[in-house]
Design a protein around this ligand. Sequence first.
Ligand code: AP5
Ligand code: MG
Length: 199
Amino acid sequence: MLSTIIFDKMKYYILFGPPGAGKGTQATAMVEKYNLHHISTGALLRKEIAAGSELGLKAKALIEQGCLVPDEVVEGMIENEFRTVTGVDGFLLDGFPRTLPQAEALDAILARNSDEVTATVSIMIPDAMIMERIKGRALKEGRADDASEDVINNRIATYHSQTEPLIGYYRNAGKYHEIDGTGTIEEVRDRIFSAMDKF
Ligand code: AP5
Ligand code: MG
């Protein structure tokens, strides 16, 4: 008799939200609880800058002005991580996609393996709280794009003009789940866990 082997599909979670919403903070607990690989395109780009690579040199000027790097650059990084990371139940995409073309490219990359985005977990905070949290982090971490109020304001404006439209994209696909990002780190984490436990 033929036996049927059922493989669990890989999960692809998008961790969405404005700058300083708490994506990186919450990602740590999420990857541990759900056995995911964390991909932060911002962290990958900062690694390239620190290494002084050609890509890093190109990205540096854009990041330090609070602008996005070209779509193809981050799409290539994501594909590379999908290809090379194994031994996890899925991926947690932090800061990707950030434009509609990136969201469409992600769908196309996943469709090639008959995969799809599992869910978008969106951490939302008001703009005034973004400024407050990023200024707090600037005192501890020294990220170049946290150093000036003008750059932070440009990151917020870039988020509203280029990234916010993705809310409609994922909402239309029935894959958008918004989490209140205000309150303590633990309160936000618990809200995320209770949403993710249902996916
Ligand atoms: P990226 O590194 O992704 O930065 P970001 O989206 O601006 O988000 P942050 O990392 O600033 O915030 P976060 O949400 O992770 O908050 P965190 O947990 O640290 O991208 C940087 C740049 O790279 C972009 O501007 C762009 O140029 C480029 N880039 C990246 N991806 C790209 C893409 N896909 N396409 C094109 N370009 C791309 O929390 C912030 C602070 O708040 C911390 O100090 C934390 O301790 C604190 N905090 C967190 N939660 C709480 C809480 N509940 N209560 C109190 N404090 C809290
Ligand atoms: Mg981050």
